[in-house]
Design a protein around this ligand. Structure first.
Ligand code: ATP
Ligand code: FE2
Length: 335
């Protein structure tokens, strides 16, 4: 079967090849994430990792669907935002494959891809989006042909904050899932928990958020002798409550009744539950895509490429990357 669109994701630590078929139906991606033994990720090391595993991972993505390169009729890639060296590797692979296979090339906006895979998977129409990943924390709504950022973090992304706090406690990257487990363990042991002695600074400023003060204060609680499980629980409650508060305000301002989660932190069950409760209180509904489509994945890039190819392609002369590409820079030419 021909007519498949290949999507290549390389904005940060994950290299991922994903596919949608000729009707735009998505299939699980083949992904590989660099997990440094210690410290944060170095962009150049991540880029080298992506180069090293690209060939095998591309072949695996085709084998998973019993395809050959001849079945690919377009190549989409993340053009930004992200880490420069990583993005450049993805763009180079995309250019190479599109040229060799003689098919159209399309560079897409990574943040918009998180949104479109969520809309497609959840079947929601016109949601407010809570996009929570390592590098990004944004509340977004579609207004006048763009995804507008209504509020966002003023310092670090929420996932980044969780990963940094975790690393300081000796928990390797990615820390978010481990913090979730520890918070749940604390709740299992303390079914009626109290915030007494575990309060953290609440970081909502109008429609914007901030997380670095929260992280420092959480670390201080540990230094003062609070248990790691207790602090993980408190950290999640405070960080997620601030996101839910801004999302609720965005729903009120825009009059939209749907909330859609996206980005790696949207894997978190506690965040999903808090969003569901808030939306229900407003007679609305909260949606979250399957976890494999919350974290960075090539399939969402393939899907957005498939959608946008009806309107445009990317000539080689314009296929350079944009580290700082903004969610609202991409015109939304589709419904
Ligand atoms: P972006 O380029 O969009 O910022 P990213 O490079 O951060 O994306 P993602 O895969 O979208 O990559 O998100 C990874 C983040 O998600 C990490 O910070 C990780 O700790 C966090 N994360 C993953 N699972 C969970 C979870 N269950 N709870 C909380 N955080 C999680
Ligand atoms: Fe992402």
């Amino acid at each position: 079967m021909s007519g498949w669109t290949l999507g290549i994701e390389t904005t940060a630590h994950t290299l991922s090849f994903g596919l949608v078929d000729a009707e735009g139906v998505p299939y699980p991606a083949a992904s590989d994430t660099l997990r440094p033994d210690e410290g944060g990720i170095h962009p150049r090391e991540a880029a080298d990792h992506h180069k090293d595993v690209a060939k095998a991972l591309f072949e695996q993505s085709l084998e998973q669907q019993n395809l050959t390169p001849a079945d690919i009729s377009a190549v989409a890639y993340s053009q930004g935002p992200g880490l420069g060296p990583c993005l450049r590797v993805g763009a180079a692979i995309a250019r190479g494959l599109a040229t060799r296979m003689n098919v159209p090339l399309i560079g897409v906006n990574h943040c918009v891809a998180h949104i479109e895979i969520g809309r497609q998977q959840c079947g929601c129409d016109d949601p407010v989006l809570l996009y929570v990943s390592g590098g990004n924390t944004q509340v977004i709504a579609r207004l006048n042909g763009r995804y507008r950022v209504l509020g966002e973090t003023l310092d670090i992304g929420i996932g980044n904050m969780l990963d940094k706090f975790a690393r300081a406690q000796g928990i390797p990257f990615p820390g978010g899932p481990v913090i979730e487990q520890k918070a749940r363990a604390y709740l299992d042991a303390n079914p009626n928990p109290s915030m007494e002695g575990l309060q953290l600074p609440y970081a909502v400023r109008g429609m914007d958020l901030a997380f670095s003060g929260l992280m420092t204060a959480a670390q201080r609680l540990i230094e003062q002798g609070a248990s790691l499980e207790a602090v993980c629980w408190s950290l999640q409650e405070h960080a997620f409550a601030s996101c839910v508060e801004v999302a609720e305000r965005a729903m009120a301002h825009t009059g939209k009744a749907e909330l859609l989660l996206g980005g790696g932190v949207a894997c978190n069950q506690r965040l999903r539950t808090m969003c569901e409760e808030m939306a229900k209180d407003r007679d609305g509904q909260s949606f979250a895509p399957p976890r494999m489509y919350c974290i960075d994945n090539g399939t969402m890039i393939a899907l957005l490429g498939f959608i946008e190819l009806r309107h445009r392609t990317t000539p080689l002369s314009e296929s350079g990357i944009d580290q700082y590409l903004r969610t609202d820079q991409t015109p939304i030419a589709w419904s």
